[in-house]
Write a protein that binds this ligand. Structure first.
Ligand SMILES: Cc1ncc(COP(=O)(O)O)c(C=O)c1O
Length: 424
């Protein structure tokens, strides 16, 4: 074994390449959020380590806490009007951590049926294997329909504020009332609305989850997820339903999500991704405002086209959710919606293949406009009957409208419709 000496030092080269120049005398304050890309943190001394592991303040390991991730957590909590947030590795992880923190084997969830297909799969296939059952509400804005499905073992109500992909807006306040009458939390996935358009906690939701991969990050480059808690858990009133929430004060719920679920199941977000999400959030309002304006323009145009059978966008006066959208989403109805072509599957295929500005992919909330055919992709495990129950037809397409020039989007869609015209 050779031990090469590094120039000007008593230590060997290998040691120096690890430790040389490591400690800086003083660190300037960077304007951008620093990226603490490190698995863990140096423990100051023996006693500090002991205090830290006994629950004291400080940093030990990135799965427990990381300053870059915390910066995003504080920012999203502030934007959502929540008390505290927890950043995890994906939106799916956020949904899983929140639900596993609330519900255990033998207990029950009631969920809206118009939700992201990945969450539906989790509720239908994965959670039952852990002994957690879910009932689905088709009429999500009918409080009595939720009430009918609540059991003594129900521990969470779940819905999306702007459901993916149908844009069938939820009456959050009405469903929150049902939840609170039973002492259970309403969990709202606010991914498609973002806190710029809608803050569910202001309407009575207790917990908000996001896929930060979408509008929060905004540029389609990273995955992330976040859980926001309102910090109002009332142990005296509801503690008998959730005896595992033992931390003191209203933040007992998020403390459990953080310290018992995320810490041990381990869906940690990379600090590098946290940085990119943080940077994305800095332009959230500008992007979402423009995306909503573009989406309304596209929806209005599509509605006029003879090749289009229907458009599911709550910003349209003709949409059955328009009044609710005006109440909950006065600043814009978001960028994601579906529409259905005449001519079924063949029309959808021709349409998608003729697009150029729109990117064909399974993602949303990007600055670029995206398109997907749910029946043959995200929803391909559903039967025809389940698809029609969800309002997803062979000619249905989901779009996520970006920040491009509206005229270019419309001319691209027009090229798609020209390809459809040949067969209908
Ligand atoms: C509404 C909604 N929630 C959650 C998710 C899952 O997020 P992720 O892809 O970041 O895991 C998605 C993904 O499309 C979504 O649309």
């Amino acid at each position: 074994m050779t031990s090469t000496r590094a120039a000007g030092t008593a230590r060997g080269f290998a040691t120096q390449q690890l430790h040389g120049g490591a400690r800086e005398a003083s660190v300037p304050t960077p304007r951008a959020q620093p990226i603490y890309l490190t698995a863990g943190f140096v423990l100051d001394d023996f006693d500090q380590a002991e205090q830290l592991f006994a629950g004291g303040d400080g940093y030990s390991y990135t799965r427990v806490a990381n300053p870059t991730n915390e910066a995003v957590e504080r920012r999203i909590a502030a934007l959502e009007g929540g008390a505290e947030a927890l950043l995890v590795g994906s939106g799916q992880a956020a949904v899983v951590v929140a639900l596993l923190g609330l519900v255990q084997a033998g207990e029950h969830i009631v969920s809206a049926s118009s939700i992201y297909e990945g969450t539906r799969g989790l509720l239908l296939e994965n959670l039952p294997r852990l002994g957690i059952e879910t009932d689905f509400v088709a009429e999500a804005n009918d409080p009595a329909a939720w009430e009918r499905l609540i059991r003594p073992t129900t521990r969470a109500l779940f819905a999306e504020s702007i459901p993916n992909p149908k844009n069938d807006i939820l009456d959050i306040a009405a469903i929150a009332q049902v939840a609170h009458a039973h002492g259970i939390p309403l969990v709202i996935d606010n991914t498609l609305a973002t806190p710029y358009l809608l803050r569910p906690i202001e309407h009575g939701a207790d917990i908000v989850v996001h896929s930060a991969s979408k509008f929060l990050a905004g540029h389609g480059s990273v995955l992330g997820g976040v859980i926001v808690d309102d910090g109002l858990f009332d142990a005296e009133r509801d503690g008998h339903l959730f005896p595992h929430f033992t931390a003191p004060g209203g933040r007992a719920r998020i403390a459990y999500f953080r310290e018992a679920i995320a810490l041990r199941f381990g869906p940690t977000a990379s600090p590098l991704n946290a940085f990119l999400i943080n940077q994305g959030i800095e332009t959230l309002s500008l992007r979402v405002e423009r995306q909503s304006q573009n989406a309304l323009g596209v929806a209005r145009w599509l509605e006029q086209q003879p090749e289009v059978h229907s458009v599911d966008y709550s910003g349209l006066e003709s949409n059955p959710f328009h009044a609710l959208a005006q109440r909950y989403l006065p600043a814009g109805q978001g960028s994601v919606f579906s529409f259905t072509l005449r001519g079924g599957l063949d029309a959808a295929r021709r349409f998608v293949n003729a697009l150029d500005v729109f990117t064909h992919m399974t993602h949303l909330g990007d600055v670029r406009s995206l398109v997907l055919h749910p029946a043959s992709t995200s929803h391909n495990l559903r039967t025809d009957e389940q698809l029609s129950q969800a309002g997803i037809w062979p000619g249905t397409l989901r779009v996520s409208i970006g920040i491009e020039d509206l005229a270019d989007l419309i001319s691209d869609l027009d090229a798609g419709l020209a390809a459809v015209r040949e067969i209908i």
